[in-house]
Design a protein around this ligand. Structure first.
Ligand SMILES: Cc1cc2nc3c(=O)[nH]c(=O)nc-3n(C[C@H](O)[C@H](O)[C@H](O)COP(=O)(O)OP(=O)(O)OC[C@H]3O[C@@H](n4cnc5c(N)ncnc54)[C@H](O)[C@@H]3O)c2cc1C
Length: 501
């Protein structure tokens, strides 16, 4: 008899989406993550919930259709973490012709169906705010819909929901070894220097860019197919324009680069695409990537973007199923699920590729593949909101207003940030506070001890970085001395929590 029906290696979007779905279908689930939730690729994405306009060009209709459909499913499931965004695509005279862009966007508008998101319109960039930050040579553009997401919080809230449905979520726990024995999996776990064991009927390898390494060194099996690791980097600069639209720029090398409004005062620019070798945990932006992104943006913006303006960077590694494309940009972004099972052999499911956008569908597909081995209830995740997401898709403004009426001391920006992060669960932080001071120490920006305690007790935060870079992006705002004070506070709270455990 195994301890769990399902053990999952990896606490990125794919592992947590499978854990949530499986737990909600009545399966007993163990998820192990060697570091923090979303500490791998899932906090380093471009943060789009999209079909992927560029993938249309590559003929990836299945992937694009699924992504387009997921936009409104996720918008309803997590209206705090996902928001509709309009993207402006300027026509560049030397690149794709205008008719081709218009045709691609027509297909994009109709391939996945839309109830909420408005369709494409042509925009005259010589009038109105959209052309203001751009060079005067750009006259014509197209504006279409996709969504943006807080990727790392999407992962965290999938994990919170999985745990609330009974899954055991263990962070800072590395699966050091997993062996098939007597028809089940025996896992050796390394948690903070101590060794532990667990057994499961089925194992899912959701370790993202570590997939090959886990196959070879933890499972001691050959990876079921070839993997190609592809790195992508982003830069963050101070806000480059005053409206709420994002830009999508075509680059002369056939790639595209986004410039997206980011946490109010910033613009996110990305991404690069390059083959990667080495430890995915040590991936870092290279100076030539910064130059590439600055040049790509400067081709369009009136004021050139210079490397000296960069206030932050992040890089991530995709583990893609190797379909032998010549260039990294042309590899399929679709997911592939490889099942290894046989009579009396404990099943192993390995996950290749995937997107933040399609993780919920990937989880459904994974559970469908595992149906012969695990009795389970039918799919359910398409109609159940994530924690705090039980309000209408366009109800964030109302939520902010309600919060400010109930807690009148809240500044609008503070209420907005809390509503975006926690949705209707913001009351768990604000509780019966009647003054800002009741939320205890403020570390900077509007990050209070009450919020940090919530993150430690209910969202597994253990370090200042967990708070500053994954459960929020306040690392962009807090000064070094404020970050140091936060670190001391988190360490002391952790000691108190550990002693109580
Ligand atoms: C530059 C870039 C931009 C992207 N932009 C978008 C976008 O805009 N929209 C979109 O939908 N998708 C986007 N993606 C794709 C998306 O980010 C990834 O597909 C997704 O994050 C992969 O999630 P994952 O769970 O497979 O991997 P990860 O998030 O990397 O998670 C794997 C986890 O496994 C853990 N792990 C590894 N080994 C072990 C072990 N032995 N024991 C325990 N834990 C282990 C790791 O610590 C890691 O946290 C982008 C990707 C990149 C690289």
């Amino acid at each position: 008899m195994a301890d769990f029906d399902l053990a999952i290696i990896g606490g990125g979007i794919n592992g947590t989406a499978v854990a949530r779905d499986a737990a909600g279908r009545g399966l007993s689930v163990l998820l192990v993550e060697q570091n923090d939730l979303a500490s791998g690729t899932s906090s380093a994405s471009t943060k789009l919930i999209h079909g992927g306009l560029r993938y249309l060009e590559q003929g990836e209709f299945r992937l694009v259709r699924e992504g387009l459909r997921e936009r409104e499913v996720l918008l309803r499931m997590a209206p705090h973490l996902v928001w509709p965004t309009r993207f402006v695509l300027p026509h560049h005279a030397g690149l794709r012709p205008a008719w081709q862009l218009r045709f691609g966007l027509f297909v994009y508008d109709h391939l996945g169906g839309r109830e909420i998101l408005p369709g494409t319109r042509t925009v005259d960039l010589t009038v109105g705010p959209l052309g203001v930050p751009l060079k005067r040579s750009y006259h014509l553009g197209f504006e279409y819909s996709d969504c943006c997401v807080d990727d790392a919080r999407l992962v965290v809230l999938n994990a919170v929901d999985a745990a609330e449905r009974g899954a055991v979520v263990r962070l800072r726990t590395r699966c050091a070894r997993a062996d098939r024995q007597d028809g089940i999996w025996r896992l050796v776990l390394n948690a903070r220097g101590s060794r532990d064991e667990a057994t499961a009927k089925v194992l899912v390898n959701a370790s993202g860019p570590w997939l090959g390494q886990v196959s070879e060194t933890v499972l001691r099996l050959a990876a079921p197919a070839r993997i190609r690791l592809v790195k992508g980097s982003h830069i963050v600069v101070r806000r480059l324009f005053d409206h709420d639209r994002a830009y999508i720029f075509q680059n002369a090398d056939g790639r595209i680069v986004f410039a997206i409004p980011y946490h109010g005062d910033f613009t996110l620019i990305g991404t690069t695409d390059a083959d990667f070798r080495g430890d995915p945990g040590a991936v870092m932006v290279q100076p030539q990537e910064i130059i590439y992104l600055c040049q790509a943006a400067s081709e369009y913006f009136r004021e050139p973007v210079a490397p000296g303006q960069v206030v932050g960077t992040f890089s991530g590694v995709r583990s893609l199923y190797d379909d032998h494309a010549a260039k990294p940009k042309d590899l399929s972004r679709d997911y592939v699920l490889a099942l290894d099972a046989g009579r009396g052999v404990a099943p192993l499911l390995s996950i290749y590729g995937g997107k933040i956008t399609t993780a919920r569908r990937l989880a459904e597909a994974a559970l469908a593949q595992l149906a012969p081995f695990l009795r389970q209830r039918p799919p359910w995740t398409h109609r159940v909101p994530l924690p705090g997401g039980d309000f209408p898709w366009d109800g964030l403004g109302t939520l902010v207003e309600q919060a400010r009426r109930r807690w009148p001391f809240l500044a609008e920006a503070h209420a907005f940030r809390l509503a975006r992060a926690y949705g209707t669960r913001l009351d768990r932080i604000l509780a019966d506070a009647t003054r800002f001071e009741d939320l205890d120490t403020c570390f900077g920006a509007d990050l209070t001890a009450a919020e940090v305690r919530h993150l430690i007790r209910h969202e597994w935060a253990e370090t200042a970085d967990d708070v500053l870079w994954r459960r929020s992006k306040l690392g962009l705002r807090l000064q070094p001395h404020e970050q140091e004070a936060l670190k001391k506070f988190v360490d002391s709270e952790r000691r108190v929590t550990a002693a109580a455990e």
